[in-house]
Design a protein around this ligand. Structure first.
Ligand SMILES: [Zn+2]
Ligand SMILES: [Zn+2]
Length: 341
């Protein structure tokens, strides 16, 4: 069978690899159908291995995966049957470290991800333990592949404790910002999305969000505060840009929540007194837990058309290397690139 193997920096090749064995007890054999490409994939291809938690080459990428079940080992949940379309929850926690012991496996100190630290979906067959697969009832495999990025949005709105009617300011209108927007709107929140790129904001507007083009920090804080009616209870950063994070901290109301989803190495020089005087909750978001993955399945099932609108480019499996190169070379033009197997 074929696998797209990232052999080294900017070296991706389709190679013949052995078929996996039949699934053992509690395992399923998957036939991958669609794989979404995201920023962490591009870091990996670029050879920035430390950015994605010390990954190694060679690696079969693909952590945003939809697949059909081809065979089921003994002892799996009855809903898992051959032919069933599923989405892959890629998180592999250790189960023993402090966060694992207190029920926060999504921030396990020793976690690995399918498609990043162990081989993932860009191959014709894959065996995984049954706990990693969730049935998903959507027509298009490419849309089902969006469950994984959506699961991060579910984690974000849960961490943010977003309630109906609350104004929420989202920074960054890339795929994660868009699915966070959709998840917050689904909770009944009012959402203002801020980005530099007008075309990206148009997609958020189509979902029902208000939009604001980024100019400078002071203007954005003033405009967002006015939009919210004087108090911004929740700011949610999906950009990782220091100035956006600072704007989110500055605009957050007293007793507000500042939620950080976008990842970067940027330092944020905010005055300590801001956090103390406003009693801010600063909430990081890293991947998600199993129940949130199930919530993401539900959101994708209910918003299939909106989700499909996020897929900007599709490539066949044979052109995996081109798909990754295209995503790297067109960062603002690309929303979500999906590879169909
Ligand atoms: Zn991803
Ligand atoms: Zn752990």
């Amino acid at each position: 069978m074929l696998a797209a193997v990232t052999q080294g920096k900017e070296r991706v090749a389709l190679v013949d690899v052995p078929e996996p064995p039949q699934p053992g007890p509690g395992e399923v054999l998957l036939r991958p159908e669609a794989v979404g490409i995201c920023g962490s994939d591009l870091h990996l291809v670029a050879g920035e291995l430390a950015v994605v938690g010390n990954a190694t080459f060679p690696r079969v990428q693909g952590h945003e995966l939809s697949a059909t079940i081809e065979a089921v080992g003994v002892g799996c949940r009855p809903e898992l049957e051959p032919g069933q379309r599923v989405a892959l929850w890629p998180l592999r926690p250790c189960g023993e470290c402090y966060p694992c012991r207190i029920g926060r496996p999504n921030v396990c100190a020793n976690f690995s991800l399918y498609g990043v630290h162990v081989d993932g979906g860009l191959q014709e067959r894959l065996v995984v333990p049954q706990r990693h697969v969730f049935p998903v009832d959507v027509d298009r495999p490419a849309v089902a592949a969006l469950v994984e990025p959506t699961s991060i949005a579910m984690r974000a709105v849960n961490r943010a404790r977003i309630e109906s009617g609350e104004p929420v300011v989202v920074f960054g209108a890339g795929p994660i910002g868009q699915v966070c927007t959709l998840a917050a709107l689904d909770r009944g929140a009012r959402v203002l999305v801020v980005d530099l790129v007008t075309e990206r904001l148009e997609r958020s507007r189509a979902f029902g969000a208000d939009v604001l083009t980024w100019t400078d920090r002071g203007s954005v804080v003033a405009a967002a505060t006015e939009w919210a009616g004087g108090d911004v209870p929740v700011s949610l950063d999906c950009s990782g840009a220091a100035d956006a994070v600072l704007a989110g901290i500055e605009m957050a109301s007293r007793a507000g929540r500042v939620v950080l989803v976008g990842m970067s190495g940027a330092a944020v020089p905010a005055p300590v007194v801001t956090f103390v005087a406003k009693e801010l909750d600063v909430l990081g978001v890293s991947v998600c837990q199993a129940d949130e993955f199930a919530q993401a399945v539900s959101l994708v099932e209910r918003y299939q058309d909106a989700m499909a609108a996020l897929i900007s480019h599709e490539f066949p499996f044979e052109r995996t290397a081109d798909a990754l190169a295209f995503a790297m070379e067109h960062p603002t033009e690309v929303m979500k690139v999906v590879i169909n197997l």
